[in-house]
Design a protein around this ligand. Sequence first.
Ligand code: AMP
Length: 144
Amino acid sequence: MLVQQILKAKGDSPVVTIKPGTLVSDAARILAERRIGGLIVSRDGVEVNGILSERDIVRSLAVRGAGCLSEKIDDMMTRNPVCASKNDSADTILARMTDGRFRHMPVVEDGKLVGIVTIGDVVSAKLTELSMEKDALQGMIMGH
Ligand code: AMP
């Protein structure tokens, strides 16, 4: 299974991005409103400049206190995040996410942002694939 198939299964919903300079409180509000755990930071909606996860905000709250909510996201985000390409396999990006201990990966094609996959998307795609394989094998064994 390839990343492009995972993106297709997710539908065509646009990737939520925020610009550098956004306030942390605004980013937290967008995460809550959209019910997502990570935001891609992009100056123009095309180039990936960074990624901000709910974990970055929680860590900052713990270390620096609530005052960090009125700061800009720029020092809090992870710059140059690890990205996937549409032709990467689900197993490859699952390994990259597990090794890197992160759950979000921007998908980039020719330097342009085309999607985002989360560890939840990959696990869900793998479960669907396994279930289809199981049905096919059962069918072969039963002679259907
Ligand atoms: P996450 O598990 O994705 O919520 O993020 C955990 C930590 O990894 C946070 O500090 C994120 O900023 C960072 N992070 C998230 N996605 C990536 C990525 N694709 N590449 C590098 N770091 C990331």
